[in-house]
Structures are given as structure tokens and as C-alpha cells.
Write a new protein. Sequence first.
Length: 109
Amino acid sequence: MTSRTIVQLEDDLDGGEATQTLHFSFEGAAYEIDLSDKNADKLHRALDPYIEAARKVGGRRKSAARAKSSSNGGGSPADIREWAQEAGYEVSGRGRVSAAVREAYEAAH
């Protein structure tokens, strides 16, 4: 007999389908939150100015893709999808943007 366990994430803000779990710390407490790409992008945009001005004291290094998108002022999943569609790439309206499409976007910007 075979069994299958399916884990479906629910967006902690709006109750919709979540696509990722984000981890962060604030004032000594660690948090994690399940969010859709849209809500995760909102969180990133809200925190980016503070993160850029802050001193890093530990933890994981920022991914190269996130570092590039932060430094050029763009690179949100919505921005990349819009650019990719205009450039002739086939992208879905939901979920993660493929690394190949993200790299092409970064090379073009």
C-alpha cells in the first residue's frame, strides 16, 4: 500500500495559496511566515530599505539573484514576468520565476 502526504501552504496574510516560507528576525525573536509570491514581494520591498541600511551580524548570505535585484532597484517577480512576456518568454502567472528567465532579466537590466 502506498500513501502520499501533500503539504499545501496557506498564505498567513490573506488565506490564499502560499508559494514560499520566509524566515526573519526582529528584536531578538525569529519568525517564519508562509506567503504568496505577491505578498512575499511586498514584504521584501517594505524591508529592503532597512536591510540595505543595516549592518549584517550573522545568518545566511543574501542570494546572488536577490542582491542583483536589490542593487538595480527592480527584479520583483511581477516585474520579471512582465518583462519576460514582452520579451517572448513563456512564464506562468503564479509560482516561482525560473532561474533562466530571472538571469535573462538581470542581463537585460
